[in-house]
Ligand binder design. Structure first.
Ligand SMILES: [Ca+2]
Length: 523
């Protein structure tokens, strides 16, 4: 059978299904040029993945939506048809697999993100309370970034990380941007998201529409489906069973996952993928739900730390890192794999024993102080990047250009415009080219240029943890100025001593906002 005969057969079938012929031709070609479109192969590989019933509570079958069922049915029909119709192309397909199994020259990439982990929560960042030996070892053997910034809030942080765009750019539409996952998948990486997405579930925004071949995780935060309002008492008093966060596999809702099982399940799934995909480049984005409130550890870690349940949860996250590094060593791909560990934003300190700390920084999640968005970030790649502690200003949008560089991909014009490539910083200690950063929490809060930071609005927390009432921001007029290089705690306002710097940075800040509104570059 020729390719054109195959196209005509499927076109006839598609006529009944009201699908466009163009789309189908592309689909066939995607399967035909097997190597260039790993999406199809990965979909086939992972659809057979089953999970034990005891992993979940609730009825898995009844939880599936009609739309999900239709999507899955369509997928099954297509897979069945493509297999049946392309059985005559076994030789070509086999050739494609043989090529794709060649020794990869580009690294595997595992991007591990903790949720709401504070700057001061890890041993290697100075914590005296939490035990994190595996992460500390990763930092000792890798590059530990001390001036690394994300947004101060979950969704914009993840949007910036995925796209290389500052998330507060006017009109930024994730569906129209190339994500890190799409960029790497186009470069023949297998891609998987294990864990929290938080960037939308509708068509075009779903993880499978944004470059991931496979997804196992939650739509968003682990406090979405539980007691309301989200206040301190809820985290102190509500039992684990009161939180009903569902887990998804691809477009299927599997069931409710007990909070204490998230870290363990994600780790098991990540290790399984490492072993299964060890022979060709893969990108795994492991986005943990922990230690975002509510915090729960599994039995093996419950009550084991010196820092209550939050310490237990960090101990389990640290165990997870150890299991992943072990899996890389066992499969012999540890030196071919870049592992990155970071947090998405600062700690939710207002929830006391259930939140982390940003020590020695001021502020917490949702604020423009350093504690809002300056977070831990560690790069680990044995024999490739030299151990160091780096003090340069770096932002999580810089991941896009950096990973593109490691994969040998040229960033397309107009994509990832807020991303600075730090691969040379990691490989040879070159300086970061970034000097500026804008701090947001819904509104522009502060501006950084080099050693100086200027605040135009401030807040100490987003709401009252006892009542849930939102708390407003304070307009700072005149603005506050700090020398971050000497005063990391933002304790000494030096605005009156340096009016020239205040004037210059105010102008820069206004220009940056204009750039964000008009598609321009601000650094
Ligand atoms: Ca977060």
């Amino acid at each position: 059978m020729t390719q054109s005969e195959l196209v005509s057969i499927i076109s006839a079938f598609a006529g009944e299904g009201k699908m466009s012929v163009d789309k189908i031709v592309i689909s066939i070609q995607g399967f035909w040029v097997f190597k260039e479109k790993p999406f199809f192969r990965e979909q086939l590989r992972e659809t057979d993945q089953k999970f034990p019933k005891e992993w979940f509570t609730g009825d898995c079958k009844s939880s599936r939506t009609n739309t999900d069922s239709i999507t899955i049915m369509k997928k099954k029909i297509w897979i069945t048809m493509l297999f049946a119709l392309t059985s005559g192309f076994a030789n070509e397909v086999e050739a494609g697999i043989a090529v794709s199994n060649a020794e990869p020259s580009k690294p595997n990439i595992i991007l591990i993100m903790a949720d709401d982990l504070g700057y001061g929560d890890l041993g290697c960042y100075g914590s005296k309370f939490n035990s994190t030996p595996h992460i500390d070892r990763m930092a000792e053997q890798g590059v530990r970034l001390m001036d690394f910034h994300a947004a101060s809030w979950c969704a914009p942080s993840r949007c910036g990380l995925m796209t290389g765009f500052q998330a507060n750019r006017r009109g930024l539409n994730l569906a129209k941007r190339i994500t890190v996952a799409e960029m790497l998948r186009n470069d023949d990486y297998s891609t998987a998201l294990i864990g929290k997405w938080h960037l939308g579930m509708t068509k075009g925004l779903h993880p499978l529409d944004q470059g991931f071949d496979y997804w196992f995780g939650t739509k968003g935060s682990n406090d979405w489906d539980g007691p309301n309002p989200i206040i301190y008492d809820a985290f102190k008093n509500a039992p684990e069973s009161a939180w009903k966060t569902p887990l998804y596999k691809d477009r299927e809702r599997l069931g409710i996952c007990p909070q204490s099982q998230f870290t363990k399940r994600y780790t098991q799934e990540t290790v399984r993928l490492i072993k299964r995909h060890k022979d060709k480049p893969f990108f795994i984005y492991l986005a943990h739900n922990m230690p975002h409130v509510p915090v729960f550890a599994s039995d093996a870690f419950k009550g084991k730390s010196r820092n209550g349940v939050y310490g237990d949860v960090l101990m389990e996250l640290d165990w997870s890192i150890g299991k992943i590094i072990d899996a890389l060593k066992e499969t012999g791909i540890d030196k071919k794999t870049l592992v990155i560990f970071m947090s998405d934003n600062g700690p939710w300190t207002m929830f006391q024993e259930f939140g982390g700390v940003a020590n020695p920084l001021k502020g917490e999640k949702g604020t423009g102080w350093e504690g809002g968005g300056r977070v831990p970030c560690i790069f680990y790649w044995p024999d490739k990047i030299s151990p160091s502690v780096n003090e340069d200003l770096i932002v999580n949008t810089d991941l896009y250009a950096t990973l593109a560089s490691f994969a040998g991909v040229k960033v397309q014009d107009g994509e990832a415009i807020d991303s600075h490539d730090i691969s040379n910083l990691l490989l040879s200690g070159a300086s970061s080219s970034r000097k500026k950063h804008i701090y947001f929490h819904h509104q522009p809060m502060a501006w950084r240029n080099g050693d100086y930071k200027i605040h135009f609005q401030t807040s100490d927390r987003i709401r009252n943890p006892e009542t849930g009432a939102m708390e407003g921001k304070v307009v700072q007029d005149p603005p506050l100025l700090f020398d971050i290089s000497r005063d990391i705690q933002e304790s000494k306002n030096i605005a009156s001593e340096y009016p020239d710097i205040v004037q210059r940075m105010t102008g820069e800040f206004n220009n940056a906002i204009e750039a964000l509104n008009n598609g321009g570059i601000y650094d």
